[in-house]
Design a protein around this ligand. Structure first.
Ligand code: TXA
Ligand code: MG
Length: 331
């Protein structure tokens, strides 16, 4: 199949109405989108991504008002967060309505809904009378794409069209929250909205349920540990000390703001010389991919500050590291 790239939303809409898949830009990462109410299109997403069926998909909707088409009940806490943060990098887990295919939610009674902020994808959604099911447009287990070129590199010739919206501005996937306990917000995935922001807006306690999700196995909400892996083995810690442990390897390092003098043989990638965690998040996946493409053997990465988007960055680095630890590999 020949893969075309462009900004033609009419073309994208036509393909999606026919049941075909289209890669779409979002402010977090690029998505591999299909008609979320059409089980055949949803199956095709799992096939192209080589993703196991037990890992459910997010439904992308044009505006928060549309949430009630797919969610059976929406608690006040969700409305409150949505009023402040939609459109944006936040995904809501809510009780699903019958109309949502079980394939989308992997049999779960909850559906994940998100209103993406990218203008091209918002225009596309407004042309459609169905939501777009879309996981990140990478093969299962690899780093998510933050540009149309990343999608071509991974899925070229597997899908007919890539809507090119330029580089993703946030650069890490959406934060995922649930509302299963009254008065509290459950955090299922760290992402583009910082935990501090969730607490400040909601006034509610934010409970981290990520470790529980991992412990409960793959049936848990997709919090598989070994994700976001680079081909190069990745290690987190003191960059200088780690680099000494791999004397005969080609080493790249990932750092927040500083370049270190006296590190011969290490190619240093600094994510934000000005010290912005937002900029660092926006650069992270492109840098991980560039390091792989250049054929480095080892990545040594710093631990990022635990504020703002820092925890989301550390989470992605941790999962990439876990992929290379014996016993944590999935398949
Ligand atoms: O930023 C994002 O969220 C991007 C863009 C494309 O919107 N999408 C994305 O999708 O990251 P994906 O499929 O790569 O990750 C979605 C996560 C998965 O870990 C999945 O298990 C979880 O959301 N999820 C989806 N539906 C769920 C459900 N019903 N219950 C629990 N977890 C769910
Ligand atoms: Mg993904």
């Amino acid at each position: 199949m020949y893969t075309e790239t462009g900004t033609d939303i009419q073309r994208a809409a036509t393909l999606l109405r026919q049941g075909a898949l289209v890669a779409i830009p979002t402010e977090t990462v690029y998505g591999l989108a299909g008609n979320g109410l059409n089980p055949a299109a949803v199956s095709e997403i799992f096939a192209v991504k080589e993703r196991p069926f037990f890992n459910p998909l997010i439904l992308h909707i044009p505006d928060w008002q549309s949430a009630s088409l797919y969610a059976a009940a929406i608690p006040e806490a969700a409305h409150k967060l949505a009023a402040a943060l939609c459109p944006g990098p936040l995904t809501f887990l809510l009780p699903k309505k019958e109309i949502v295919p079980d394939l989308v939610t992997a049999g779960s009674p909850l559906v994940a809904l998100r209103v993406p902020a990218h203008p091209l994808t918002r225009s596309l959604l407004s042309l459609l009378d169905f939501p777009l099911a879309a996981p990140s447009a990478n093969p299962f287990g690899y780093v998510s794409p933050t540009s149309a070129q990343h999608v071509i590199d991974n899925l070229g010739r597997k899908i007919p069209y890539i809507l090119d919206g330029g580089p993703s501005s946030v650069g890490v996937e959406s934060t995922i929250v649930g509302f299963e306990e009254p008065g509290k917000i459950q955090l299922y995935r760290l992402g583009g909205i910082a935990v501090e922001t969730l607490s400040a807006i909601s006034g509610a306690e934010v409970t981290d349920v990520r470790s529980h999700a991992v412990a409960s196995g793959p049936q848990g909400p997709g919090m598989l540990k070994s994700h976001y892996a680079t081909h190069a083995a990745l290690y987190i810690g003191n960059v200088r000390e780690l680099a000494l442990q791999f004397p005969h390897q080609r080493i790249a390092s990932i750092q927040f703001r500083d370049t270190y003098p006296g590190l011969p043989g290490v190619r240093q990638f600094v994510l934000s010389p000005s010290g912005s965690l937002n900029e660092a998040a926006a650069q992270l996946f492109a840098v991980m991919r560039a390091i792989d493409d250049a054929g480095f053997d080892v990545i040594v990465a710093e631990h990022f500050p635990e504020t703002g988007l820092g925890p989301a960055i550390n989470d992605r680095l941790n999962r990439a590291q876990a992929m290379h630890k014996p016993g944590t590999r999935l398949s």
